[in-house]
Design a protein around this ligand. Structure first.
Ligand SMILES: O=P(O)(O)OC[C@H]1O[C@H](OP(=O)(O)OP(=O)(O)O)[C@H](O)[C@@H]1O
Ligand SMILES: O=c1cc[nH]c(=O)[nH]1
Ligand SMILES: [Mg+2]
Length: 208
């Protein structure tokens, strides 16, 4: 299944608070990171393990560790930064690959302005983080970028997704798994998700 709506009670509770119109920047930012961590927990549950021998308190034991080159977190600027700390709480050694894109307010097309990917991205699982998957344009452009750089294993973590955007991403990149805290109703005429969160970038950076 490439689309996963994670309906854990903690996520539902936290995301509901985030929908409140008068929430402070500080609380919104903290909750974005917390839900980011919970989505990371879900999205990494199929990671492969390998066993190795460890010197325990009572002698050698068989222990386990994550196999292979591991993870790069890919925040989409700006708003993706708000979820990044949550991912890093669970995977502190992850490399960070930053992609900068903004949505043209009239055309709703993504405009790329920054790309700095980690070196060995072809050997890593990429976890793209962005609070909002609206028309899907920004996510598709980011996945295109990562694949062009050789990335083969990509998952996306979003707080809220619109059905229209999900359909576009699945059509363009059926191999990419989407993890979202909520699939909302639709987009409005300005391309904002309803009921959604409003402008997530402005809320995280306090630029409302
Ligand atoms: O699915 P889409 O229609 O492409 O829209 C979603 C994008 O829009 C928002 O970013 P925005 O362009 O507002 O930039 P910001 O994060 O710098 O505020 C959001 O964080 C996504 O990146
Ligand atoms: O609802 C939306 C859509 C795009 N970007 C946002 O920040 N919110
Ligand atoms: Mg914004």
């Amino acid at each position: 299944m490439s689309v996963n709506e994670i309906t854990h009670p903690l996520i539902r509770h936290k995301l509901s608070i985030m929908r409140s119109a008068d929430l402070s920047t500080r609380s919104f930012r903290q909750l974005a990171a917390e839900v980011g961590a919970l989505l990371t927990y879900e999205a990494t549950k199929d990671m492969e393990l390998e066993s190795y021998e460890l010197e325990g308190w009572c002698g050698p034991i068989q222990a386990e560790r994550i196999k292979g080159k591991k993870v790069t977190v890919v925040p989409i600027l700006r708003a993706g930064i708000g979820m990044m700390d949550g991912v890093l709480q669970l995977i502190p050694s992850a490399r960070i690959s930053v992609v900068g894109l903004y949505r043209n307010e009239e055309t709703l097309e993504p405009v790329p302005y920054f790309e700095k990917l980690c070196k060995d991205i072809d050997q890593r699982l990429a976890l793209i983080v962005d609070p909002m998957l609206a028309t899907g344009g920004s996510m598709i452009a980011t996945i295109d970028m990562l694949k062009k750089a050789g990335c083969k294993h990509i998952k996306t973590l979003v707080l809220v997704a619109a059905p229209e955007g999900i359909a576009k991403v699945v059509e363009a990149h059926p191999d990419v798994e989407i993890f979202t805290a909520a699939i909302d109703d639709c987009l409005n005429e300005q391309g904002y998700i309803l009921p959604g969160l409003g402008d997530a970038g402005d809320k995280i950076f306090g630029t409302r």
